[in-house]
Design a protein around this ligand. Structure first.
Ligand code: APR
Length: 305
């Protein structure tokens, strides 16, 4: 089981087996993380970059070199997409994390420290850079035991912690979508904000058995969900199995494709920023549909009957 931790500090000070460099296609050094790693690790790293990457490295790909004078054993270089230059395909950013973990596995690294790839000079919106990192690390099978997400400043560190906290809600909703895809169309989800305004809530029910006890989740309970735990590193399938365990009469019916499609659309709007949806709240007028991200003012049409 891979542990994901958020730390604040300098990537070059991380004592992990491998540290990840936010490089560029040329692979000959640069500013930001790239500059810091080359400066702290010394000229051996550049010599290795030239020897091992004579033609550079493609965006979304990763490769390793010596770590030179750094305490890490290897530097895993990856090139994230340059949002500022118009490279806005999130799949390329996700590929940077996935390929870096694959390379770490080839090396036998047991701990890896990532900076927020593309979130600096490459100007990727930070919250989306964080959710891409967290969701890809959670979804990538790897033998790496500890992954650190290193924030350079306090604001980034706070935002990573917030994404990790809200990831339980996102994984629960992804579990609902997983069950819909498997034909459990009577599964319904309502989400909203507690009267205190402090906690996000989800209520999951089986529309075929409305008198069966519903599953209630509140973010006040953090990762505790349906007699188990769901956190940022859980998979949608794990959340789905906890839901099925708590709604024992839930069956495959395939009888509400319109609801399943509506829900999949809701989740597609939620996932990029982990913006939890709100269908009910004291402040809320649901005539214009659900809100994507509590207090965002962004609306999504109400579910079909
Ligand atoms: N340690 C940890 N994080 C850092 C450090 C550091 N020493 N320096 C910068 N960061 C943070 C930035 O604040 C940002 O959140 O790492 C993230 C990535 O920033 P960049 O290093 O600018 O990387 P990126 O946005 O991927 O741009 C890559 O910048 O440095 C050049 O040669 C590099 O051309 C490439 C481009």
């Amino acid at each position: 089981m891979t542990k994901l931790v958020a730390v604040q500090g300098d990537i070059t000070a991380q004592t992990t087996d491998a540290i990840v460099n936010a490089a560029n296609n040329a692979m000959r050094g640069g500013g930001g993380v790239d500059g810091a790693i080359h400066r702290a690790g010394g000229p051996e790293i550049l010599r290795d970059c030239i020897a091992r990457f004579p033609d550079g490295l493609a965006t979304g790909d990763a490769g390793w070199t010596t770590a030179g004078r750094l305490s890490a054993r290897w530097v895993v270089h990856t090139v994230g997409p340059n949002h500022g230059a118009g490279q806005r395909d999130r799949a390329l950013l996700e590929s940077s994390y996935r390929r870096s973990l694959e390379v770490a596995d080839e090396l036998g690294a047991r701990s890896v420290a990532f900076p927020l790839i593309s979130a600096g000079v490459y100007a990727w919106p930070r919250r989306e850079a964080i959710t891409a990192a967290v969701d890809t690390i959670a979804a990538t099978p790897t033998a790496v035991e500890e992954v650190r997400l290193v924030a350079y400043d306090e604001a980034a560190h706070r935002e990573i912690a917030s994404v990790l906290r809200m990831s339980t809600g996102v994984r629960i909703l992804q579990g609902v979508r997983d069950l819909h895809r498997r034909g459990y169309h009577t599964l319904r989800a309502w989400t909203g904000v507690a009267p205190s305004g402090l906690f996000w809530r989800a209520v999951l029910t089986d529309a075929a058995h409305p008198d069966d006890p519903a599953i209630h989740y509140t973010s006040g309970n953090e990762a505790q969900f349906a007699a188990g735990t769901v956190d940022a590193m859980s998979t949608p399938r794990e959340a789905a199995e906890l839901i099925r365990g708590a709604l024992p009469r839930l069956e495959v019916t395939n009888d509400a494709p319109d609801y399943a499609a509506w829900f999949a659309g809701l989740l597609a709007a939620v996932e990029p920023e982990h913006a939890l949806p709100v269908a009910f709240a004291d402040y809320f007028d649901d005539s214009e549909g659900w809100e994507i991200g509590w207090g965002s003012g962004l609306r999504y049409p109400k579910p079909p009957r």
